[in-house]
Design a protein around this ligand. Structure first.
Ligand code: NAD
Length: 297
């Protein structure tokens, strides 16, 4: 079993660290929030008073932080973390951040002789708790193989997308496509309803026709078409609009950087940001359906 330092024990990091503890790894945790630390301490984690203290002697250092600036600050900032990381340790950042920040952290650590991979996840809080996350890794083959020791205890599907930063690129390509499919499915379903169709019948038809896609199969955005999905539960739970808006911002930044044309992604971002600004940020991302619904009056 491995000695793991885990930094960032929020909605995702907390349950991920608990799954490592359940698998028998020795986890030392650090978070700025005492409440977040208390949860993993109760499950058997050791608690450090700083990130620099947490990483001492760790074979794997895993971070799960909000955004690129937090990850850059942790590894390349003034906290003195790098000086405490052993030369044989593997740093795994699971946060969703811009690919450039991931590459900068990778280069900064590499200059100190420390190995790094980016390993953003898909699967949400439910997947983090169940240990069924998908990890999308950017980094060297050997580091990917080594990371399986711990990633396999937190996730079910482990993909190697390419070199450092590639995990972040693959993740935002996927989420950009997902948002486009969600918007398209929502407008098609509402147009059917507006023209007298039952959304359940229309969904069944499209599921067997060429409009079939993941949102229709597993995550129908129209309320009461499908049981056990956020749309049938007031759009509670699932993947928040705030996080989809964040990921679409990262996708558009990447597109600008590579001079890629992403008109559908740009429109999806605009729609999700408008939806977020209208006060729907904490709802599941399938709530974009509400944008197309006909209101009474
Ligand atoms: P969160 O806000 O619940 O947790 C982040 C944690 O990091 C907090 O506990 C915060 O106190 C801590 N933190 C911030 N700066 C720190 C620092 N310098 N040192 C130590 N701790 C610090 O966020 P989350 O929902 O767990 O998301 C984490 C990452 O996972 C994000 O990048 C997010 O985009 C990504 N993600 C989230 C989901 C989801 O459904 N929540 C799904 C996929 C990916």
């Amino acid at each position: 079993m491995a000695k793991v330092a885990f930094i960032g024990l929020g909605n995702m990091g907390g349950p991920m660290a608990i799954n490592l503890l359940k698998a028998g790894h020795a986890v030392t945790a650090f978070d700025l929030s005492a409440a977040a630390l208390a949860q993993v301490k109760a499950e058997g984690a050791a608690v450090a008073t700083s990130a620099a203290e947490a990483v001492v002697g760790a074979e794997f250092i895993i971070s799960m932080l909000p955004a690129g600036k937090h990850v850059l600050g942790l590894y390349l900032g003034e906290q003195g973390v790098v000086a405490q990381i052993g030369k044989d340790a593997l740093v795994i950042d699971c946060s969703t951040i811009d690919a450039d920040s991931a590459r900068n952290v990778g280069a900064g650590l590499s200059a100190q002789g420390i190995a790094f991979i980016d390993a953003p996840v898909s699967g949400g809080v439910g997947g983090a708790k169940a240990g069924t996350l998908t990890f999308i890794v950017g980094g060297d083959d050997a580091h990917f193989e080594r990371a399986k020791t711990v990633l396999g205890n937190m996730g079910k599907n482990l993909f190697h997308a390419g070199s450092v930063g590639a995990g972040q690129v693959a993740k935002i390509c996927n989420n950009m496509l997902l948002s486009i499919l969600m918007v398209g499915t929502s407008e098609a379903l509402q147009m059917g309803v507006d023209n007298g169709l039952d959304p359940k019948v229309l969904s069944d038809i499209m599921l067997k026709s060429s409009g079939r896609n993941w949102t229709l199969e597993l995550y129908n955005p129209c309320p009461d078409v499908m049981p056990n999905v956020p749309s049938s539960n007031g759009y509670q739970g699932g993947f928040m609009v705030d996080l989809m808006a964040k990921d679409l911002g990262l996708a558009l930044e990447a597109a600008m950087h590579s001079n890629s044309s992403t008109p559908m992604g740009a429109l999806a971002r605009s729609l999700y940001v408008a939806h977020q600004r209208a006060g729907n940020g904490k709802l599941d991302f399938s709530s974009i359906f509400k944008l197309f619904e006909k209101k009474a009056g």
